[in-house]
Design a protein around this ligand. Structure first.
Ligand code: SF4
Length: 368
C-alpha cells in the first residue's frame, strides 16, 4: 500500500540500522514525543535493534493518557445528567475516572455515544433540539482543528444545544517542561510529525537552542522512525542541536495556515494540568471568549469533584519517561487492557498498552 509498504521495506530498514550503529560512539537517550511513535517502536522492535546504550524514552504524547482526571470526572458527571447526549471518540470510554468510566455511565442508562468526528455530534445536536449534545474535545494540536471547525459551525448555524468539553494540550510547552525537570535524562527529541503538519516547525528551533537538544520532526512508519533516530544520533555525535524535518512528505515548514487561522479564532492558550504530570503553564487551549457560550464546562456547573488516582498506578512516571511500563508492579497483574488502572493501559497510543500488546509474553515470563 502506498506510503505504508514503501516505508516498511526491510532492506532499507537494515541499512538505516547499520548507519545508526556506524555513527554511534557512546550512549544516548532519545525521547519520541508521540504515543503513535511509541507503538511503532515497540511493535516493530526498533528499540531492540539500536546500539547498546541508545535508549528510547517514551514521551507524554498520548492525548487520552494526559487528559486530567478531574476532566474525566467532569465528563462522567455531565454524561450522567438527564437530557444529555455525551459524544466521544471510542478510546475515551474505558479511561478510568476516580471511580467509574464512560462505559459504566452508559450501562447505567446514560446516553453516551461513540462518534467518528465532532461534526457527527453537531449533526446529533441539529437532529435533537430538545437534548443537550456535548462533544468531548481532547487531544493535541492534531485533533484541535476539527473541533475548532465544529464550534465555528455550531455558532454560525445557531445550534444552541451543542457544546464542547475542551481538554486540548500543546507539545512545545511539554518539551520545555520535560527539559526543565531535574530528573530529565532526554538528550534529543523525535518530534511528532502529525502535530507539525498542522502547526509547522517554527516553534522548535528556539527549544533546540534553549536546551541544546536536537529535535527531528519524525513520521510513524518504521523507516520514518529509524531515519529520525539516525538524524538525532548524528547531530548528538557531531555536537549539533538543530531542528530537522525528516517528514517532509507530510510536514511543510509553515504547517497548515488555514487550520492555524481557525485555531486562533476559536481557542486561546491557557495553563493545563496533564494527568500524572501536573500543571504546565501555557500548555493547552480553551475556547476563546467569543465562543464561551459553547463551553460545556461553563454550561454544566459540575462541582464537588473528588478525584482519586489508583494508588498502584505509576502512569505519571511512565508519561515522563522515568520508568518503562513493565517496571510498574501492577503491569499485567492488577492492570491489563481489560481492567486498566491507568489511562496509559487503555489508549491505543498509551505506552503501557504498547508493552502489554507487543511485549507482555517476554516481560511477564522474565520478571522475577
Ligand atoms: S501498568 Fe497500569 S497501573 Fe502501571 S503505570 Fe501502566 S496504567 Fe498505571
Amino acid at each position: 500500500m502506498k506510503y505504508l509498504d514503501e516505508f516498511s521495506d526491510p532492506d532499507l530498514a537494515a541499512r538505516l540500522v547499520e548507519q545508526i550503529h556506524a555513527v554511534t560512539t557512546r550512549p544516548w537517550a532519545l525521547m519520541e514525543v508521540c504515543g503513535g511513535q511509541t507503538h511503532s517502536i515497540i511493535r516493530h522492535g526498533i528499540d531492540q535493534l539500536l546500539p547498546d546504550g541508545v535508549e528510547m524514552i517514551h514521551g507524554p504524547g498520548c492525548p487520552v493518557c494526559v487528559t486530567p482526571l478531574e476532566t474525566i470526572d467532569r465528563a462522567l458527571a455531565i454524561a450522567a445528567q438527564p437530557g444529555v447526549v455525551f459524544c466521544s471518540f471510542g478510546d475515551m470510554l474505558r479511561v478510568p475516572g476516580s471511580s467509574q468510566d464512560l462505559f459504566s455511565i452508559k450501562s447505567a442508562g446514560g446516553d453516551v455515544r461513540v462518534v467518528y468526528s465532532p461534526l457527527d455530534a453537531l449533526r446529533l445536536a441539529r437532529e435533537n433540539p430538545d437534548r443537550e449534545v456535548v462533544f468531548f474535545g481532547i487531544g493535541f494540536e492534531t485533533t484541535a482543528p476539527a473541533n475548532a471547525m465544529t464550534v465555528y459551525q455550531a455558532q454560525r448555524q445557531g445550534i444552541a444545544n451543542f457544546s464542547l468539553l475542551v481538554s486540548h494540550v500543546l507539545v512545545p510547552p511539554a518539551i520545555a517542561a520535560i527539559m526543565e525537570s531535574p530528573s530529565c535524562r532526554v538528550q534529543a527529541f523525535l518530534a511528532a510529525g502529525h502535530v507539525c503538519s498542522v502547526m509547522g516547525t517554527s516553534q522548535y528551533p528556539p527549544l533546540a537552542d534553549r536546551y541544546g537538544v536536537p529535535i527531528v520532526v519524525t513520521g510513524f512508519e518504521p523507516l520514518d522512525i529509524l531515519e529520525g533516530i539516525r538524524r538525532t544520533v548524528t547531530q548528538l555525535e557531531e555536537g549539533r542541536h538543530e531542528l530537522e524535518n525528516a517528514y517532509p512528505r507530510a510536514v511543510p515548514d509553515e504547517g497548515n495556515p488555514t487550520a492555524m487561522a481557525m485555531l486562533r479564532d476559536v481557542f486561546e492558550v491557557t495553563d493545563r494540568t496533564w494527568r500524572g504530570i501536573g500543571m504546565i503553564p501555557g500548555s493547552g487551549w480553551k475556547l476563546s471568549e467569543r465562543y464561551a457560550d459553547l463551553d460545556a464546562e461553563r454550561r454544566f456547573s459540575v462541582t464537588d469533584l473528588h478525584t482519586a488516582e489508583s494508588p498502584l498506578c505509576r502512569s505519571g512516571e511512565v508519561l515522563q519517561g522515568l520508568i518503562k511500563p513493565h517496571e510498574c508492579a501492577a503491569f499485567g497483574q492488577e492492570c491489563t487492557p481489560r481492567r486498566p488502572l491507568g489511562a496509559t493501559m487503555v489508549s491505543s497510543e498509551g505506552a503501557c498498552a504498547a508493552y502489554y500488546t507487543y511485549r507482555r509474553l517476554d516481560l511477564l515470563t522474565t520478571s522475577p
